[in-house]
Design a protein around this ligand. Structure first.
Ligand SMILES: [Zn+2]
Length: 292
């Protein structure tokens, strides 16, 4: 059976990238390059909730066995900021990055958001070096989790009474006023890559390249505007044919399953989540700080 979004399929994607002669970079490696190779893939994983966290170790092992070093962006929420997992992934040679959302946490107060960013960054740096960052794009504040049916039910109940649980801010707007380089950060995954030259593919919402359900996970650029990807096999084909030379791939490890029961229940959950996101997108466009 050729199922999509399995760990086996993810491994096949990695092997295809390697066999097709592409270099693979973490974000830190990419930002540190003097000269980039002609063909490369930058691999990034966003650890948004506890299911991502559990699967992150499996994905990190697959990559490590293949000699790949990728970037893992961790949020600082209680469900995700687990020192033992972060350390294990770092020990495998992967880069750990900071998946920040401080403008949402401070309800759009940019000065407070910057201060909070510094505090959280310092906390991260007690574990390992942090050289790159990526804005978190999920619509929910803090430790709310839509990674299970019961979590989803709680969120629906909460939203009926308190819209304050939503984060509609673009945290990368902090950098309109402040400079992350002053904090020893080499780059931001959305802001420091030229997506006019490098194609961006993300599995956000368990759908490749369909922005209909995405709230903030957009790379501004036109390099993959005409590329249609319906499944991981389409991405594998693009890489095998070498039809795109420069690529960023973002995954959420929770999307990649190793058994059929989990695979089916995740598919159903994602469909419900996507329906909810569509309603949120219609009712609540992302906010931006003044002057933007
Ligand atoms: Zn995220």
């Amino acid at each position: 059976m050729n199922l999509d979004f399995t760990l086996t399929k993810y491994k096949e994607l990695c092997e295809t990238i390697l066999d097709s002669g592409y270099s693979i970079y973490s974000l830190k490696a990419y930002f540190s390059l003097q000269n980039e190779t002609e063909k490369f893939v930058i691999i990034r994983h966003d650890i948004d909730d506890e299911i991502d966290l559990i699967n992150s170790l499996k994905i990190a092992e697959i990559e490590s066995d293949l000699g790949i070093k990728a970037t893992y962006y961790f949020r600082t929420t209680n469900r995700v900021f687990k020192k033992d997992v972060i350390k294990k992934i770092a020990e495998m040679g992967h880069e750990i990055g900071y998946h920040y959302e401080t403008l949402g946490k401070t309800d759009g107060d940019i000065d407070l958001a910057f201060k909070l960013f510094i505090d959280e960054l310092e906390n991260f740096r007690t574990l390992c070096p942090i050289k790159t960052i990526a804005q978190h794009g999920g619509p929910l504040k803090g430790d709310q989790s839509a990674a299970s049916f019961s979590g989803l039910f709680n969120i629906i109940i909460n939203l009926m009474f308190k819209t304050k649980n939503l984060d509609s801010w673009l945290s990368k707007d902090i950098w309109k006023q402040y400079n992350f380089a002053d904090l020893g950060i080499l780059g931001e995954a959305y802001l420091s890559i030229d997506y006019n030259k490098i194609a961006y593919f993300t599995d956000t919402n368990r759908i490749w390249n369909d922005p209909k359900y995405r709230m903030k996970d957009f790379a501004e650029g036109k390099s993959n505007i005409n590329i249609v990807i319906n499944c991981t096999d389409d991405l594998i084909k693009i890489i095998k044919n070498k039809s795109v030379n420069k690529i960023v791939i973002t995954t959420h490890p929770s999307n990649w399953k190793s058994n059929l029961a989990q695979w089916v229940s995740w598919l159903v959950l994602q469909k419900i989540r996507n329906y909810g996101k569509k309603i949120l997108i219609m009712s609540n466009k992302s906010k931006s700080v003044k002057g933007s």
